[in-house]
Design a protein around this ligand. Structure first.
Ligand SMILES: [Zn+2]
Length: 313
């Protein structure tokens, strides 16, 4: 708690306005996204447990798949309730920025229901401080008990990283073959080969931030390729989507003391999922296979936020 007070972020207490008694008499757990006393979820509602949150997410996705969505527009009373009584989302979701994967819609959620973080590839590889810090805010202040990392089929970021990985693998193979041929050649005029440096894989004079993002996802594609023992670009990219979900979860467990402690105590759960863009269904993957191992890890402050965190503490 003290950590956030020091950062100047609003605390739950500063956002709560005590509701009038008449306000809390409208509980209607059958509609919308979990129980809400004011028609939308606010701080007058209790946090949901991780298991309750998963049930609500699964039910919302079923409604989305069946075309039976209930999350409509917000009336003036609901907007005022959200503005006056603060937020109490049922879960934190880290999703991809892909415009075809709108997290709130595919879980049939309304404003106030979900605390959503999105970027290309649902990753913590870059700007990791803002991602990890935002998740810490959601679990420590907003009291969400479920953190869901949500990948999706046909992810362009993962496909880009897979192609980059395969191009580099091919480049390395060609370079190795060329070197071997040169050494075995009877022509020993090695002047050229010694004076010319081979091109570095991925080397580009006009590097972009996007290339940096894909570059950081290349290990995901590499791990997927190893686990599959080869495969087509599409097969590797499809498997890499799941590998990337685990990687993001493992990053959060590795670099956040707050998350690690809450997961270790059983207060918070960190789970993975993959959204199938064709069917609309979300496949829930459960906990990371490495969770127990990582809970015993000492952990570190994320590299991009190390200086600030040291100042605050
Ligand atoms: Zn994506």
């Amino acid at each position: 708690m003290a950590y956030y007070q020091n950062t100047g972020l609003p605390t739950a207490a500063s956002m709560v306005v005590t509701p009038a008694m008449s306000d809390v008499s409208q509980e209607d757990p059958s509609e919308g996204f979990g129980p809400s006393k004011l028609g939308v979820r606010t701080t007058v509602d209790e946090p949901l447990s991780a298991s309750q949150a998963i049930e609500v997410l699964q039910a919302g996705n079923r409604r989305f798949v069946q075309g039976d969505v209930k999350a409509g527009g917000l009336g003036p009373d609901m907007r005022r309730a959200l503005a006056s009584h603060g937020q109490r989302p049922v879960a934190t979701v880290i999703g991809c920025a892909d415009s075809r994967c709108p997290v709130e819609q595919l879980f049939d959620a309304r404003p106030g229901d979900l605390f959503v973080l999105r970027n290309a590839g649902n990753t913590c590889t870059h700007a990791e401080g803002s991602m990890v810090g935002s998740v810490e805010y959601s679990v420590a202040i907003l009291e969400t008990k479920m953190i869901l990392v949500l990948g999706h089929t046909g992810c362009g970021a993962i496909m880009g990283a897979t192609k980059l990985f395969l191009e580099r693998s091919t480049q390395k193979y060609i370079e190795m073959t060329c070197r071997k041929d040169a050494q075995e050649s009877t022509d020993q005029s090695t002047e050229a080969s010694e004076s010319e440096q081979p091109p570095q894989p991925g080397c580009c004079k006009k590097k972009s931030t996007l290339l940096g993002l894909l570059d950081a996802l290349v290990p995901v594609a590499e791990q997927a390729c190893v686990e599959l023992e080869g495969g087509s670009t599409e097969e590797i990219a499809a498997h890499a989507v799941k590998v990337n979900v685990w990687r993001t979860i493992n990053f959060l467990l590795s670099y956040s003391l707050i998350i690690r402690e809450k997961v270790a105590s059983g207060e918070v759960e960190l789970q993975g999922a993959v959204y199938n863009m064709s069917s609309g269904a979300v496949e829930f993957l459960g906990k990371s296979p490495k969770q127990e191992k990582l809970l015993n890890h000492d952990g570190h402050v994320v590299p991009s936020m190390g200086g600030l965190a040291r100042q605050v503490s």
